[in-house]
Design a protein around this ligand. Structure first.
Ligand code: NAI
Ligand code: MG
Length: 511
């Protein structure tokens, strides 16, 4: 069987080529309008905007462009759906769970179509979209479907004349602002726990990648969610996104994207109604490779971490510290391994590497690669665009990277692997932690005592030992420091979508 390695966990490699899922032929995109109250709306302004296929530069379709007035309409619908006597508020929690399971089944039914739309809109290889983004979305819906009737408070013993209990209630209307790198998956990470806890939502997909979110709108209706529970407003950040962040009628906002915009959102939340905020932002993620590790494993896992999704991951393995004794060999094997990457048409099952999302990101990455060359890092592989007038960038490897260089400090969000050398454990922990970010890190060693002590010392929300990008819906994900606030996934995410109410009874009939 061909070594495809297209997917994060090698799922596609385990399936005979003839049984692999195939992309769907899309003649016309069906859902291009604003989804409010289980209906499709045109924009109040009358404006539309195009979404492009980054692999070809072609316009896929035009969409209705939501702005503040459309967000107002969506919030009004979400508010009506949240009234005490509404169908949603009165719904039995287990029924909410069944709706989420139903939605998961509909996503699975449309898995090939959704993976095709995601691949066209983002440029990510179809098989990656199918096995990572879609499988992950389905799992997330089932996981939070299972929680819906298990979210409960406690009875709390206090002074004997009182009985106290806590109730876990929905927060209310939750805004969600979604990035373009994992459009459907990041939406599900917010939608599923929000609905499981009984909230209503207003979701803004990224302007580059609105298609899968809108298809989900149609499935929300088909699954039988009451009107107004889920509203989807495709549009731009500085208009529709900013309207969500500063809206007086929105009770919470969840955001994944750049650190700069995360700061704007927190500021807008503070200046409007102090809505709750969860943020999942950038990373400059350290990987520590000790001399006693399984070297080939470390090379392959780290390379997946660096180049997966064209490096457009907040979790990208971007600072790789290799112990001096194995440094040369690590660099040599990394170059060999990078040669296996297949750049091409994202819909082709052999392709493992697609284009960057847009011209702006492309320009930012090329500029940072040039800065690496100028500042004296050693270019070992790649180092520029593929061809002319395209958004494809070669997987790029730098060695001899120094902590002071821009490529060592700034989030590149492109396919660039930076290799550093280190001598001692103490030294490398200090260097790994010397960053404003603290999202994920990885440690490669066969000494488990060392793995545990180092994982305790790293200032990141996730530490992977002898693996990379090992994400699970059951485990919390989020950042220390400027990588974010709060946690997504797992039981922990439920706390981000609920309020706790204390109810105290005075007993006049004490013993
Ligand atoms: P961005 O942060 O501008 O976009 C993410 C989302 O925020 C989009 O839906 C966008 O419309 C929205 N947005 C933008 N400005 C807003 C505002 N003022 N108020 C409310 N919402 C707003 O990210 P961009 O410009 O696409 O990428 C820039 C850099 O951000 C990337 O190079 C990368 O370093 C980082 N990034 C990180 C992501 C992550 O997964 N943590 C995802 C996307 C980008
Ligand atoms: Mg697009």
């Amino acid at each position: 069987m061909a070594q495809r390695g297209t997917t994060r966990n090698g799922e596609a490699d385990k399936i005979p080529a003839s049984d692999l899922p195939q992309p769907v032929k899309i003649q016309r995109v069906r859902y291009t309008k604003i989804f409010i109250n289980n209906e499709w709306h045109t924009s109040v302004s009358g404006r539309t905007f195009p979404t492009l296929n980054p692999a070809t530069g072609d316009t896929i379709c035009e969409l209705q462009e939501a702005d503040k007035e459309d967000v107002d309409k969506a919030v009004a619908a979400a508010k009506a759906a949240m009234q005490l006597d509404s169908a949603w508020r009165k719904m039995e929690p287990s029924r909410r769970g069944r709706l989420l399971h139903k939605l998961a089944d509909l996503v699975e039914r449309d898995q090939k179509l959704l993976a095709t739309l995601e691949s066209l809109d983002t440029g990510k290889p179809f098989l990656q979209a199918f096995f990572t983004d879609l499988e992950g979305s389905i799992k997330t819906l089932h996981y939070y479907g299972g929680w819906a009737d298990k979210i409960h408070g406690k009875s709390v013993p206090v002074d004997e004349t009182f009985v106290c209990l806590t109730r876990h209630e929905p927060i209310g209307i939750c805004g969600a602002i979604i990035p373009w790198n994992f459009p459907l998956l990041m939406l599900m990470w917010k939608l599923a726990p929000a609905l499981s806890c009984g909230n209503t939502v207003v979701i803004k997909p990224a302007e580059q990648t609105p298609l899968t979110a809108l298809h989900i709108g149609s499935l929300i209706k088909e699954a039988g969610f009451p009107a107004g529970v889920v509203n989807i407003v495709p549009g731009f950040g500085s208009t529709a996104g900013a309207a969500i962040a500063s809206h007086e009628g929105i009770d919470k906002v969840a955001f994944t994207g750049s650190t700069e915009v995360g700061q704007l959102i927190k500021e807008a939340a503070a200046k409007s109604n102090l809505k709750r905020v969860t943020l999942e932002l950038g990373g400059k993620n350290p990987c520590i490779v000790f001399a006693d590790c399984d070297l080939q494993l470390a090379v392959e896992e780290i390379q997946k971490g660096a180049f997966y999704n064209q490096g457009q991951c907040c979790t990208a393995a971007s600072r790789v510290f290799v112990q001096d004794r194995i440094y040369e060999e690590f660099v040599r094997r990394s170059i060999e391994n990078a040669k296996k990457i297949v750049i091409g048409d994202p819909l082709d099952p052999q392709t493992t590497h697609g284009p960057q999302i847009d011209q702006q990101q492309f320009g930012k990455i090329i500029e940072l690669i040039e800065s690496g060359k100028k500042e004296g890092a050693k270019l070992e592989y790649g180092g520029g665009a593929v061809g002319e007038n395209s958004l494809f960038i070669q997987p790029t490897i730098f060695s001899d990277v120094k902590d002071s260089m821009r490529i060592a400090k700034e989030e590149i969000f492109g396919p660039v692997l930076c290799i550093f050398s280190f001598k001692s454990k103490q030294e490398v922990i200090e260097r790994a932690n010397n960053s404003q970010y603290g999202l994920v890190s990885a440690v490669f060693t066969t000494n488990m005592d060392r793995a545990l002590s180092v994982s305790g010392a790293l200032e990141t929300g996730t530490v992977w030992i002898n693996c990379y990008n090992a994400m699970h819906v059951q485990t919390p994900f989020g950042g220390y420091k400027m990588s974010g606030n709060g946690r997504e996934l797992g039981e922990y995410a439920l706390a981000e979508y609920s309020e706790v109410k204390t109810v105290t009874f005075k007993m006049n009939d004490s013993m």
